[in-house]
Design a protein. Structure first.
Length: 670
């Protein structure tokens, strides 16, 4: 049997090869583009799905420069659709269709042989059925039975078909022919095998061969290294948070060199952000003073005098800052500085709400349509106090005279989420106490309420207890993601959509720094349905009326080795709203486990040598697949294998001890 390699002289395979390669590239690229294009990040549609969220009304929302903000957002949205990826997809799919229409042809399948298909019988046909079918086809295609007026081409085709019919019949009835077909796939025995290369011969051996060499060089020597290089450069040039590595390095230097005695303010931090690679590269056509002036006008909501070009530059500049702040907060957590993280979070919400980051009236200034001068001249500072006033009095406090705008401002005020902690304590899964050197977490039971709701309901203790199932014991933090996703922050002045969240961190009271090794925990899932309930429902505290949330923060280090009381502080900072933060003290009480109870009668019997030895009197270790076994394993106790595992191990004693070793490794996946 000869083996031969040939170029695709007839053009039967290379079009299919090219289409397969193009399709392999285009299909995932198309799916990615479609997902990005159809994904909705519009608060108007997404926030409507979340009970208790603030919903924008684009038709009645009359905010200064609102039309420019929506135009900026629509440009960003259209950029998701009409981009370079779309151009590549159009060209790629057009090429696939063109090749399919004009270059593909029916492949030559003469080398294949299927007697059942040739005779048109099923694979389970009996010999009698095969003979009957053969006779009918022989009469139809026999050369002596062909009409006299048939063309020469048709005659040759029918003669070829007659030969195939005879071969197929022999392959199913004659023993020798049948044996050849079963062994080699053809009634005549082994056939020559020809492997085609999916390139037309004229491109390799003809006039165009030099161009193929150039194409090979371009693909392998230029295009492939360029694609890999761009990808690798992008990976190396940005951190996981998406900030440039030079910016991250600058943040590290600033944090390492800063004076610990100086209190860090949001304005100091803003100067650091403006020195970042992103700002210096993207806005190098603007001077430092002009950049600061644009940000100042935005934070004080007095940018009416800016022309259209500067308005667009201002929105582009503002939209970059939250990503820089998220990256900065992650880096600052490694330095354990509390004041700088608080300053960064306050600056972040000030940027989102277009409010100056320091002062005493931020809770009122974050509302739409307000007059900052009027607010600063009256004594009310909190949303809760504002919502106790009549509509007329509230309008005077906020400086809003238009009744429609005033109603919208008060609606926003009543829907800004307020965080109330019911219980916050350190827990060790499966233990009623916190033992030394144990793996623990901070469990927070909380309510999210409207500022208009007064006091706090009386919640029964049983509603604050977690059900300790096997899933809970394996991963107590899983409950964080089982609650509804928070909506987008109501931020009509900010050009992008920001997912509302709380950043939580634990501080050690002994040095007023973040607990060593801890990270910033992010609360993005919580039930907001309490915001919509009435005061009577709120006070009753019924399970059907009031929703209780759970948030667990991992305590990365083991609990202290010595029993005692250890003092901490919990801070929860909202990333989009003023007046929603929490700062409370915490106490971790570490206790030694109680000693095991001793049965005096059994102890006496053991000392006297009269202890019973039957199985019922022995106290054995719990099995590892039981709830008691899981608790014992978490606390470092002894467990024994289950009976089923022992039986399985007995049955496999005769097998090699290496047969079940699994050498595969798994990589952790964000």
């Amino acid at each position: 049997m000869a083996l031969e390699y040939n170029y695709d002289e007839e053009g039967e395979t290379w079009p299919f090869f090219v289409m397969a390669v193009l399709t392999f590239i285009l299909v995932p690229l198309t799916i990615k583009w479609i997902r990005k294009a159809v994904s909705s990040n519009d608060p108007l549609t997404q926030n409507k799905k979340v009970k208790g969220s603030i919903v924008e009304d684009h038709k009645t929302l009359q905010i200064d420069n609102f039309d420019k903000i929506k135009k900026f957002q629509s440009k960003k949205k259209s950029a998701k659709i009409f981009n370079k990826t779309l151009l590549v997809l159009i060209i790629g799919w057009a090429l696939v269709i063109y090749i399919a229409l004009y270059y593909t042809k029916e492949a030559n399948l003469q080398g294949s042989f299927d007697p059942y298909t040739i005779l048109d019988v099923s694979i389970t046909a009996s010999e009698r059925e095969i003979k009957s079918r053969y006779r009918k086809l022989s009469l139809k295609f026999h050369p002596d039975k062909l009409p006299q007026d048939v063309t020469q081409a048709a005659r040759e085709e029918m003669e070829t078909a007659f030969i195939k019919i005879n071969l197929a019949y022999k392959a199913l009835t004659d023993e020798v022919t049948k044996s050849n077909f079963q062994k080699y796939g053809h009634p005549d025995g082994p056939q020559d095998v020809s492997h085609g290369i999916a390139i037309p011969k004229f491109l390799v051996e003809g006039y165009y061969s030099p161009f193929m060499v150039v194409l090979y060089f371009f693909l392998i020597g230029v295009l492939l290294p360029t694609i890999v290089g761009v990808w690798w450069n992008n990976v190396k040039s940005h951190t996981k948070r998406g900030i440039h590595v030079e910016t991250a390095a600058m943040f590290v230097r600033k944090l390492a060199d800063r004076n610990p005695g100086k209190v860090m303010t949001p304005y100091d931090l803003l100067d650091w952000l403006l020195a970042s690679n992103e700002i210096q590269t993207e806005f190098k056509h603007l001077g430092p003073n002009q950049i600061r002036d644009l940000i100042s006008k935005y934070l004080f909501r007095n940018d009416k005098d800016l022309d259209a070009k500067l308005q667009n530059e201002k929105l582009k500049l503002i939209s970059v800052l939250p990503k820089l702040l998220n990256g900065f907060i992650e880096i600052a957590a490694a330095f354990r500085g509390v004041d700088i993280i608080i300053a960064a979070t306050d600056l972040q919400k000030a940027i989102v709400q277009a409010v100056r980051p320091t002062g005493r009236y931020q809770e009122l200034l974050q509302l739409p349509y307000v007059d900052a001068k009027v607010i600063s001249q009256q004594p009310i500072k909190k949303l809760g106090k504002l919502l106790t006033l009549s509509e007329e009095e509230a309008g005077k406090v906020l400086g809003i005279t238009d009744s429609t705008k005033l109603k919208k401002a008060l609606e926003v005020a009543s829907h800004i989420p307020q965080f109330r902690i019911l219980e916050a304590e350190f827990k060790v899964p499966g233990d009623e106490i916190v033992p030394p050197k144990a793996s623990s977490h901070l469990s927070i039971k909380f309510l999210i309420k409207s500022p208009k709701l007064k006091s706090c309901p009386d919640i029964p203790d049983e509603r604050l207890v977690d059900e300790e199932t096997m899933d809970y014991l394996r991963d107590p933090l899983k409950i964080n993601e089982e609650q509804p996703l928070l909506p987008f922050t109501y931020s009509p002045y900010f050009p992008n959509n920001i997912r509302n969240a709380w950043n939580g961190f634990i501080i050690a009271q002994k040095d007023t720094k973040l607990v060593e090794g801890s990270t910033i925990a992010r609360l993005e899932n919580a039930d907001l349905s309490n915001i919509e309930i009435s005061q009577d429902q709120w006070i009753s505290g019924k399970e059907g009326d009031v929703a209780i949330g759970t948030f667990k923060i991992p305590f990365t280090n083991p609990t202290p080795a010595s029993p005692g009381k250890y003092h901490f502080r919990l801070i929860l900072k909202n990333n989009g709203y003023f007046g929603s933060d929490v700062d409370i003290p915490l106490v971790m009480e570490v206790e030694n486990p109680p000693p095991p109870k001793i049965d005096a009668a059994k102890l006496k019997a053991k000392l006297e040598g009269t202890e019973e030895s039957d199985d019922e009197s022995d106290i054995s270790d719990p099995e590892e697949d039981s709830l008691a076994g899981a608790l014992a394993a978490l606390n470092g106790g002894n467990v024994k294998k289950s009976v089923k595992e022992d039986e399985d191990s007995d049955e496999s004693d005769n097998e090699s001890v290496f047969t079940d070793i699994n050498t595969d490794t798994e990589d952790e996946g964000n």
